[in-house]
Design a protein around this ligand. Structure first.
Ligand code: NAP
Ligand code: MN
Length: 264
């Protein structure tokens, strides 16, 4: 088995990375940053986002597991003190994986150019300096004209990240779905939006269409993109899925409880 390790690059994460490499090589595993079967992320959820994007071309061949050197993470749910236990599990246990849905983002430009992205957490769209104005279509039908700060389209596992801060719902990652959440919509006698987050199932799509020639700031997870000459951006549940190595049960709702309610 080949493994790779992504570190947040602080001294504790780097130290753990060195230890993990030594232990795993002692068990006969091979260090390989390019074609790993398993990627161990050491840092936080943000570190796992980096690891995910680094290997997003071969998601069907790689499983991720995360150690948190800061607070408990949703993707990074192993403690540094459990390193030896994790190494033993990787070396000795049959790899069992859980798969989570991803968001597919298709950006169409007026020139006809088109780019695709995969998000593990979410994609957001804002417009610098001026109010974002976009038509929102659901499955090709006009739903509303949105005016406000921006829009967030999140995966179920990303629902505990930016989406949660925007008042969106927490969605269990067993659901093949994505969520559209508003950022400060303008609502008055003239302008109307639904106001609630929408949860869309697999095979539905949401398309955002600019109403005027604006410059847009988009994010896909931690990646920032500036978009000019935007025709539309389409969102749907991706056919690709992300695989997490699971060596012990740590149910999603327990992670939600321990992260947001209490950890005793
Ligand atoms: P960051 O600014 O360090 O991340 C913000 C926080 O989000 C960190 O505490 C991070 O955890 C946490 N986080 C990431 N994914 C999560 C998940 N799936 N569930 C719960 N918490 C999660 O930036 P970053 O580390 O590069 O992460 C990028 C993410 O930041 C974006 O995908 C977005 O979700 C989030 N974000 C949140 C807000 C907000 O809440 N207002 C605004 C912008 C971006 P770690 O400390 O473990 O990395
Ligand atoms: Mn972070």
């Amino acid at each position: 088995m080949k493994f790779s390790i992504q570190s947040r690059r602080d001294s504790q994460s780097n130290e753990l990375k060195k230890l993990a490499i030594t232990y795993l090589q002692e068990f006969g595993l091979t260090y390989d940053d390019d074609q790993p079967d398993i990627v161990i992320s050491i840092g936080g959820d943000g570190t796992l986002l980096h690891a995910f994007h680094r290997h997003s071309e071969r998601l069907d061949k790689v499983a991720f597991v995360g150690i948190h050197t800061g607070h408990l993470g949703f993707y990074a749910d192993w403690k540094p003190s459990e390193l030896e236990k994790l190494v033993l599990s990787i070396a000795k246990k049959e790899l069992t994986v859980v798969e989570y849905p991803l968001l597919e983002v298709t950006v169409h430009h007026k020139s006809g150019d088109c780019e695709k992205y995969l998000a593990l957490n979410e994609a957001t769209i804002k417009s610098p300096d001026v109010t974002l104005v976009m038509d929102i279509e659901l499955n090709g039908n006009q739903f509303e004209r949105f005016r406000g700060d921006g829009l967030c389209l999140s995966t179920p596992s990303g629902s505990t990240a930016y989406n949660k801060a925007l008042g969106g719902a927490i969605i269990h990652p067993n659901l093949q779905a994505f969520q559209l959440t508003e950022m400060a919509s303008i609502n008055n006698r003239v302008f109307r939006t639904v106001g609630s987050s929408l949860v869309l199932p697999a095979h539905h799509n949401c398309t955002l269409k600019p109403v005027s020639d604006q410059k847009f700031n988009m994010t896909v997870d931690h990646i920032h993109l500036i978009q000019h000459d935007l025709e539309s951006v389409k969102f749907n549940v991706a056919s690709e899925r992300v695989r997490f190595a699971r060596f012990r049960p740590f149910p999603f709702w327990e992670r939600v409880h321990d992260s947001f309610v209490s950890n005793d």
